[in-house]
Write a protein that binds this ligand. Sequence first.
Ligand code: FES
Length: 175
Amino acid sequence: MRCRMCGGSIDGEGMDLCPGCALQAQDPQVLSRRRFLGWGALAVGGILGIGYFGAGLTLLYPNMASAAGRLQDIGPVEAFPLGQYILQDYTGEGYEDGVYVMNRGHGTFIALDFHCTHLQCPVQWIQSQEKFFCPCHGSVYNQWGKNIAGPAPRPLFPHLIRVQDGRVLLGPQLG
Ligand code: FES
């Protein structure tokens, strides 16, 4: 007969544990090899699971991860005339991006990503018409970035923007 814990041979009849494993099984302070391996596998699985869950969240909500850490100072409030979009460089997400920023007055700003939501061409703001135009396939957006003509499926993506101590801070794309 074989011990059910260690697999060693057992001489006695009706026993399923060898003497060494029987002693170990009676002492609650001693962690058996099987239990140790079981808990170890559970711990490793848990750590991997948490890692995958975190990676999944980052993929689903890329801008949620550290939005505050990627704010970029783009100048004083006075550098932004009321009601006019100014194209800014934004590198807070690890690559260069273009963002249209407009001072709406009373300390409020709007920031819109310059990529067309159809196939990502850079849109152009035409002040005289107060609209964004995409040169690639003719999409048009109103001054708030809402798609109003052409194949664009949705509005321009907004960016996080805030004013702090008289400075304008631009953050990552939202949504
Ligand atoms: Fe802008 Fe197609 S990429 S309309």
